[in-house]
Design a binder for this molecule. Structure first.
Ligand SMILES: *Cc1c(COP(=O)(O)O)cnc(C)c1O
Length: 396
C-alpha cells in the first residue's frame, strides 16, 4: 500500500484554483518600482503599486540608505529589547511622533506587525472590539490573537457601531473601536468624526489604521486625523512606512505610556529583529521630502482626479472610491483575473482582486495612481482599460 503524501490536500486545492481561474502566479518586477516598470520581461504602466509619491526609488532615500549601511552596517544584530535599538530607530520614532503631533511613536517591522502586535498586546479575553467589516487582515488577526470578543459592524455603518457600544454599556472589560482610515480595496475614507464621537461617548479606545492615508491625506500627508481635524481625540494611530513612504515598516503613535507599554508587551517588537539601518535612514529621508515637497501630494491628487474622470467618461463602475485607490468593479473573480491578464498583455499592470480579499461577487481590478505618472501614461492607461473591457464585454 502506498501511503498518501500528507500534504497532498494542498496540491488538490491548488488544482481546484487553477480550474476556477483564480490561481495566481507571481508577477516578477525586473526594474525599480516606477510608473513604467518592467514585469516578466514586459514594460507596462504600473497601476498596481502603493508607491503613491514615487519615493520608493527617490535618489535622496537611496543615498540615505547607502550612507547608513556604510556607517552602521547591513543589519541591526538583535531585537529592539535586547541590543537592536539603534540611534537611527530612536530618531525615526521621534521624527514620526513630531510629524503626527503625538507624544510618542514606536516603529515595527511592518504595518502588519504594528496592527497585529498592538491590538493583541493591549486587550485580553475580558475585552471587546468593535470593528468595521472591511478592516485590514492585520487588524483581524490582531483581534483574534487578543482573544477579546469581536463585534463586527457593517462597513462604515456608524449607527450599528453605536448600537453595539450601547448594548455593551455596563459590560466588563475595555472597549476598542477600530477602523481603517482609508479602505485598501475600495479607496473610500472611514467615517472618523462620527466614530470618534461614539468612542468618546462610551469611553472606548479609538484606533485607526492609516496605512493608505499616511502621505496621502492631511497636511503634508499627516493622515486622516489631520484631514478631519481630530488631533488629540484618537488614542492609537497606526501608519505604514511601506506605502507612500516608499520603504518598509509600520508605526504606532499615541501617548508616551501607550508606547512604553508596547515596548514591553508587543510581541513583534519583543521577538523579531529590528529594521536594518538603511531602512530607518531612508524612512527619515522620506519624512524630509513630505515636509519639503508637499507639491508631490498635490500632483498625486491632480492625477487621481484626472484618471477618475477618464474612467467615469469610459463608463466604468468605480465603486465608492474617494482616494487614489480606484477599483473597477467587474463582479466575478474569474473575470477580474482574466481582465487583469489581458490588460497586462496590452501594456498595463492592474491587479485582479477577488474572494476572499473582497466579498464574493464584488471582484474588481484595482488601480492606484501615483504622483509620478504622466498625463500621457494616464491617457494611455484609460485607453487600454476601455479597449480591453469592450473586447471582454465588461463595458458595452
Ligand atoms: C498594507 C496595509 C497594512 C500593512 O502594512 P505593511 O507595512 O505592508 O505591512 C496594514 N493596514 C492596511 C489598511 C493596509 O492597507
Amino acid at each position: 500500500m502506498t501511503a498518501t503524501k500528507p500534504l497532498a490536500y494542498l496540491s488538490e486545492q491548488l488544482q481546484s484554483w487553477r480550474q476556477a481561474g483564480t490561481y495566481q502566479r507571481l508577477r516578477i518586477l525586473e526594474s525599480a518600482c516606477e510608473p513604467l516598470s518592467r514585469f516578466d520581461g514586459r514594460e507596462v504602466i504600473n497601476l498596481a503599486s502603493n508607491n503613491y509619491l514615487g519615493l520608493a526609488d527617490h535618489p535622496k532615500l537611496i543615498e540615505a540608505a547607502i550612507a547608513a549601511a556604510k556607517k552602521y552596517g547591513a543589519g541591526s544584530g538583535a531585537v529592539r529589547t535586547i541590543s537592536g535599538t539603534m540611534s537611527l530607530h530612536m530618531e525615526l520614532e521621534r521624527r514620526i511622533a513630531q510629524f503626527k503631533h503625538t507624544e510618542a511613536c514606536v516603529v515595527f517591522q511592518s504595518g502588519f506587525a504594528a496592527n497585529a502586535g498592538t491590538v493583541s498586546a493591549i486587550l485580553g479575553p475580558e475585552d471587546h472590539i468593535i470593528s468595521d467589516a472591511l478592516n485590514h487582515a492585520s487588524i483581524i488577526d490582531g483581534c483574534r490573537l487578543s482573544r477579546a470578543k469581536i463585534h463586527v459592524f457593517p462597513h462604515k455603518d456608524t449607527a450599528a457601531a453605536a448600537k453595539i457600544l450601547d448594548d455593551l454599556d455596563g459590560a466588563a472589560g475595555h472597549k476598542l473601536l477600530i477602523t481603517d482610515g482609508v479602505f485598501s480595496m475600495d479607496g473610500d475614507i472611514g467615517p472618523l468624526p462620527a466614530l470618534v464621537e461614539i468612542a468618546e461617548r462610551h469611553g472606548a479606545i479609538m484606533m485607526i489604521d492609516d496605512a493608505h492615508s499616511s502621505g496621502v491625506l492631511g497636511r503634508n500627508g499627516r493622515g486622516t486625523v489631520d484631514h478631519f481635524g481630530l488631533h488629540g481625540r484618537v488614542d492609537i494611530q497606526v501608519g505604514t512606512l511601506s506605502k507612500a513612504i516608499g520603504v518598509l515598516g509600520g508605526y504606532v503613535c499615541g501617548s508616551r505610556d501607550l508606547i512604553e507599554f508596547l515596548y514591553h508587551r508587543a510581541r513583534p517588537f519583543l521577538f523579531s529583529t529590528s529594521h536594518p539601518p538603511a531602512i530607518a535612514a531612508s524612512c527619515l529621508a522620506a519624512f524630509d521630502i513630505l515636509e519639503q515637497e508637499p507639491e508631490r501630494i498635490q500632483t498625486m491628487w491632480d492625477n487621481t482626479r484626472y484618471f477618475k474622470a477618464a474612467l467615469k467618461q469610459a463608463g466604468f463602475d468605480t465603486g465608492a472610491s474617494e482616494t487614489p485607490i480606484t477599483p473597477i468593479m467587474v463582479g466575478e473573480a474569474k473575470t477580474a483575473h482574466a481582465f487583469s491578464a489581458a490588460l497586462f498583455e496590452n501594456g498595463l499592470l492592474a491587479t485582479g482582486i477577488g474572494f476572499p480579499t473582497v466579498p464574493e461577487g464584488k471582484a474588481r481590478v484595482r488601480t492606484i495612481v501615483t504622483a509620478t505618472h504622466t498625463r500621457e501614461m494616464l491617457d494611455r492607461a484609460a485607453e487600454i482599460l476601455a479597449r480591453v473591457a469592450k473586447k471582454m464585454s465588461i463595458l458595452p
